[in-house]
Ligand binder design. Structure first.
Ligand SMILES: [Zn+2]
Length: 275
């Protein structure tokens, strides 16, 4: 069984003490009095809410899923979506951290399990004790869940999935990630693309904010260059044939070095400004 755990990182956080990125120990559902669930077409939502509130939450999840599919995956055809995605809305840090060990500095987390190439678990945990938790974290985590579908349960590279998920974040959060990247770059702490694209896991805590910010910048560039659907196709292609070949066939870009040159030109112009 393969497990993909992602974290929705708070941007602009300098200290990341206690961040753990190993995908071990998915906790059993935390013991909370009053947990209730509601089932919709694509989700099981779990929260301490009354029936009307749960129904509304399920409807908002469905609406958001539809928006994200249309915007980032150009997906008019419903993909096979079994099992439903469990969305657990935590009212406190305590139950969230039981479910997401090591997630002290995170706002949300996604959990995908695959077995023999098929997705057998989709789960999102969210901290609802944070301001603006719905827009601030759920869209990001659902992009992770949708991307796992799109690449057939194959774990996408960390830079690619975090970069794309950040593009679904609210504008101010994206701007903070961009500022993290620019601050790192000003001190020579940015990644060379050959290194960044080679990361199959998250980098260590000292470089993770730069990694999130730079990943978002690169994905913003690639999506502006072609389309979101082309970006998914590129990821799938690169998993089989490597980045250089996939860059040539999808984008007409002559390998990673050429990508780096073009992307840096955009970074130094105002082309990638977040508005
Ligand atoms: Zn993420």
């Amino acid at each position: 069984m393969r497990i993909i755990r992602t974290f929705g990182m708070a941007a602009g956080v300098v200290a990341l003490i206690g961040l753990t990125v190993s995908a071990v120990g998915q906790a059993a559902a935390a013991e909370v009095r009053g947990w209730r669930t509601a089932t919709t077409e694509h989700f099981v939502v779990q929260a301490v809410l009354n029936d009307a509130q749960l129904t509304e939450l399920g409807e908002r999840c469905e609406a958001l899923l539809g928006e994200l599919r249309a915007k980032w995956f150009d997906d008019g055809v419903a993909t096979d979506w079994a099992p439903r995605c469990l969305v657990v809305v935590h009212g406190s840090a305590a139950t969230y951290l039981q479910a997401v060990p090591g997630g002290e500095r995170t706002l949300g987390s996604s959990w995908i399990e695959t077995k023999e190439g098929k997705i057998v678990t989709r789960r999102v945990d969210l901290r609802a004790d944070r301001v603006d938790w719905f827009a601030g974290a759920l869209a990001h985590e659902l992009v992770h869940v949708l991307l796992a579908d799109r690449v057939g349960g194959y774990p996408p590279a960390r830079w690619a999935e975090e970069g794309l998920a950040i593009l679904a974040d609210p504008t101010d959060k994206q701007q903070r990630h961009e500022a993290d990247f620019r601050a790192a770059a000003a001190q020579g702490g940015e990644f060379r693309l050959a290194e960044m694209l080679g990361h199959t896991e998250y980098p260590d805590a000292t470089r993770i904010t730069a990694f999130y910010g730079q990943s978002a910048s690169l994905v913003r560039f690639l999506i502006k260059f072609r389309t979101p659907a082309d970006f998914s196709a590129f990821l799938k292609h690169s998993a089989s044939y490597g980045y250089d070949a996939a860059l040539r066939s999808t984008y007409g870009i002559n390998g990673i070095a050429d990508l780096e040159r073009r992307w840096l030109n955009s970074v130094h112009s105002e082309e990638l400004a977040i508005r």
